[in-house]
Design a protein around this ligand. Structure first.
Ligand SMILES: *Cc1c(COP(=O)(O)O)cnc(C)c1O
Length: 228
C-alpha cells in the first residue's frame, strides 16, 4: 500500500505531466485534496506531506473534522464542494474559505449576509451543469453569466470562477464534450469582463482530460486517499 505522501507525489506527477502537454506554465493547476469520508488524522497526514487545500462535501462532517484540526486552521484552506442547502449556509460562511457550488442567487445572498466581518470575503465559484440532467446541481450554461454577475456584485463574496461535476461516463468523447462546454462557459464569462482565475474541474479519473481542457483546479479524492 502506497502512503498518502507517495500518492500525493503520484497525483502531482500526473498533473505535471498533463500540464506539460499544454502550452500553459508549470504550476497553473492547483490540487484540491477531497477528504470527504476520511478522518481528521488523514488530513493531518496529507498536510505533513505538504498538502494544504482540502475539499469537503458534507457540512456536519466537515465541521467535526475542523474541530479536530483547530491547531492547523491557519495553514488549511477549506473548500465546500458539495450541494448546499439554505439551512447550512451560516456554518459554511463561518467556517469555510471557499464554496464551489453556488448555483442559485438565494444561496449566494445568504452566504454574503452571513460571512463574518472579521474574515476575508468568501471565495466562490458558480457551478455549471453540463450534463443536461434536470436533477443535478448546477446552473444551466445559458444562465451562468446572469448568475455570475449577480454573485460578483455581492461584497462579502469574491467570485473566482466556474466549477463543474460532469456526469460520470466511460465515453471519452462525451467526457471531453462536457469538459469543453464548461471551459466555454468560463471563457464566455471572462470575455464579458468578469475577473476570474479558477476553472474547477477534473477528479481522480479525468484529471488529465480536465487539464487539457484548461482546468486550473482539480479535485482529487480516491487517487489520494483510496476508495470511499
Ligand atoms: C467526491 C468528489 C470529488 C473527488 O472525486 P474522486 O473521484 O474521488 O477523485 C471531486 N469533486 C466533487 C464535487 C466530489 O463530490
Amino acid at each position: 500500500m502506497a502512503t498518502i505522501s507517495e500518492k500525493l507525489q503520484l497525483v502531482r506527477g500526473r498533473i505535471h505531466a498533463a500540464v506539460s502537454q499544454t502550452a500553459r506554465p508549470e504550476g497553473c493547476v492547483a490540487l484540491l485534496a477531497v477528504s470527504k469520508t476520511f478522518p481528521a488524522v488523514t488530513v493531518r497526514e496529507a498536510m505533513a506531506a505538504g498538502q494544504h487545500r482540502f475539499g469537503e462535501n458534507y457540512v456536519q462532517e466537515a465541521l467535526d473534522k475542523m474541530a479536530e484540526l483547530t491547531d492547523l486552521r491557519d495553514q488549511i484552506e477549506w473548500h465546500m464542494i458539495g450541494p448546499l442547502q439554505s439551512n447550512k449556509t451560516r456554518a459554511v460562511a463561518e467556517h469555510f474559505d471557499w464554496v464551489h457550488t453556488i448555483d442559485r442567487l438565494k444561496i449566494a445572498q445568504r452566504l454574503n449576509d452571513q460571512r463574518p466581518a472579521h474574515l476575508p470575503a468568501l471565495q466562490v465559484c458558480v457551478q455549471v451543469n453540463t450534463s443536461g440532467e434536470d436533477s443535478k446541481s448546477g446552473v444551466a450554461p445559458g444562465d451562468a453569466l446572469a448568475l455570475a454577475r449577480e454573485v460578483a456584485a455581492l461584497p462579502r463574496l469574491r467570485l473566482r470562477g466556474v466549477m463543474a461535476l460532469p456526469a460520470p461516463t466511460a465515453d471519452v468523447a462525451e467526457q471531453n464534450r462536457q469538459l469543453a462546454e464548461v471551459r466555454a462557459v468560463y471563457e464566455h464569462l471572462l470575455s464579458q469582463g468578469l475577473p476570474l482565475d479558477t476553472l474547477s474541474m477534473g477528479m481522480s479519473a479525468d484529471l488529465e482530460a480536465a487539464v487539457a481542457q484548461g482546468s486550473t483546479m482539480v479535485r482529487v479524492g480516491t487517487a489520494l486517499f483510496g476508495q470511499r
